[in-house]
Design a protein around this ligand. Structure first.
Ligand code: SF4
Length: 445
């Protein structure tokens, strides 16, 4: 069979699957697999080791027949933050690795691909589904793979608070929903005349909303919201931060006791930040940046990190920006990168091919928090990929793995609340409006 074409709108990661690299995806306990996928996990765990020599022939038994069966209709996708081995496996089988913006566009840009299988977190798969045609199916290899930032901003937590803000500020308020949100929150953005944003275009989207004189509710990441405001030169004293959802949950009544600075601070705010965050990125500090600077290294960081670390760094940007910085570095360059651990490991492998040294920003002697990876995203492992493709070929894939716009997944229990057809159509219309607003703003620059 010919190697499948690379899908439109993606590029190779530049990481060859090297025989000497171990397959070191962390094994999950058997009880964590859906019953339908457990036989594949049992086979995988019974392999004598996790080297490519044993894992690849085992994967070929399931992946190749699925590729023969679906041909060009099948599209495999992974996010840059997936464990390095899944990134390389997806590329080995002709799939594509991208950031969340490029992933979201995959169905729309590749209409001939009818069966799209994603190894990443749920909101990324749902964003693809929102923009997919009626004849395209989106599947996720593990439905329990969620983004913890998104899990602290579920619709039942945010919508009651947003309703109170809409009552207080009326049409003046619009919602900007970071890509790391459910379709239900993207639809809220669309209903309020707002937009979706990513870490690479948040400044453009916020600028667009401010130019219309809108007061912004930014969900869910307080750090990206604050860093974006700083980048735009906004008065940071005019940001209101809603409480930590780990402590307060959501759905609370907005009053002086809940909002820092009270309701007066809320009324004075140009931008109101939901209080969520990414545990992987909040470990970074200005002290870590100073340590690497003292060793003569350049520091690059992702804008989901705290403001003081971002302001101390030499460059800030999305995963796409960080990857391109590694590609553009000259031999002998030394880069400390503050983002997800698997990405940095992949970037280090890429840099090593070209004489560029890459380290994780938190990898400092004596530090307890070095090199943290996105554990929930890594719940998509080789048995999930092999099992789902095999079950899809047999027409027996679990419905839980099918991703439809508006699905609300409880990543802890695996339970799902699915909208009916009419509700889903309304949600897709609203969420698409917000996504298309982002695409138009981004493409205008
Ligand atoms: S790294 Fe953080 S923001 Fe990104 S998917 Fe994982 S938990 Fe979410």
């Amino acid at each position: 069979m010919n190697a499948p074409r690379r899908p439109a709108g993606t590029s190779a990661s530049g990481l060859a699957l090297q025989a000497e690299l171990p397959i070191c995806q962390t094994d999950l306990p058997l009880g964590w697999y859906q019953p339908e996928l457990r036989p594949y996990a049992e086979e995988y765990l019974a392999l004598p080791d996790r080297t490519p020599e044993t894992v690849l022939p085992w994967l070929d038994r399931y992946v190749r027949p699925a590729q023969e069966h679906f041909g060009e209709a099948l599209l495999l996708l992974a996010h840059f933050y997936m464990g390095g081995e899944i990134v390389k496996l997806v590329e080995r089988y002709g799939g594509a690795v991208a950031d969340s913006y490029a992933l979201a566009l995959q169905a729309a840009r590749n209409p001939e691909r009818k069966v799209i299988v994603e190894s990443a977190v749920h909101f990324m798969a749902e964003s693809i589904a929102i923009l997919a045609g009626d004849d395209q199916q989106v599947w996720i290899t593990n439905p329990k793979a969620g983004c913890t930032m998104e899990m602290l901003a579920k619709d039942h937590m945010v919508l009651p608070v947003a309703d109170q803000l809409l009552e207080r500020y009326g049409d003046e308020l619009c919602v900007i929903a970071y890509m790391n949100t459910s379709g239900r929150l993207k639809a809220l953005a669309g209903r309020t005349g707002g937009a979706v944003c990513t870490s690479s275009n948040a400044h453009l989207v916020v600028q667009w909303a401010r130019a219309q004189g809108r007061r912004i509710l930014f969900v869910p990441d307080q750090h990206l919201g604050r860093n974006t405001a700083a980048r735009l030169g906004m008065d940071l004293s005019k940001l209101a931060v809603l409480p930590d959802p780990q402590v307060f949950g959501g759905g609370y009544a907005l009053d002086d006791a809940v909002v820092a600075g009270g309701l007066a601070a809320l009324d004075a705010a140009e931008m109101i930040l939901w209080g969520s965050f990414c545990g992987v990125h909040t470990i970074f500090s200005a002290a870590q940046v100073a340590w690497w600077h003292a060793q003569g290294w350049r520091v690059l960081i992702h804008p989901e990190s705290p403001l003081e670390a971002v302001q101390a760094a030499d460059g800030v940007g999305s995963t796409d920006y960080l990857w391109k910085q590694v590609l553009a570095a000259a031999p002998g360059d030394k880069l400390a990168i503050g983002t997800e651990g698997h990405f940095v490991r992949n970037a280090a492998a890429l840099g090593a091919q070209r004489g560029v040294e890459v380290r994780h920003l938190a990898e400092i002697p004596g530090s307890a928090s070095g090199g943290c990876g996105c554990a929930t995203m890594s719940r998509n492992d080789p048995p999930h990929l092999a099992g789902l493709l095999d079950l899809l070929r047999k027409g027996a894939a679990p419905d839980l793995n099918r991703v439809l716009a508006g699905d609300a997944v409880d990543e802890l229990s695996g339970a799902r609340d699915r909208l009916d057809t009419a509700e889903r159509a309304a949600l897709v219309a609203d969420a698409r409006r917000a996504l298309e607003a982002m695409i138009a703003i981004t493409e205008r620059g």
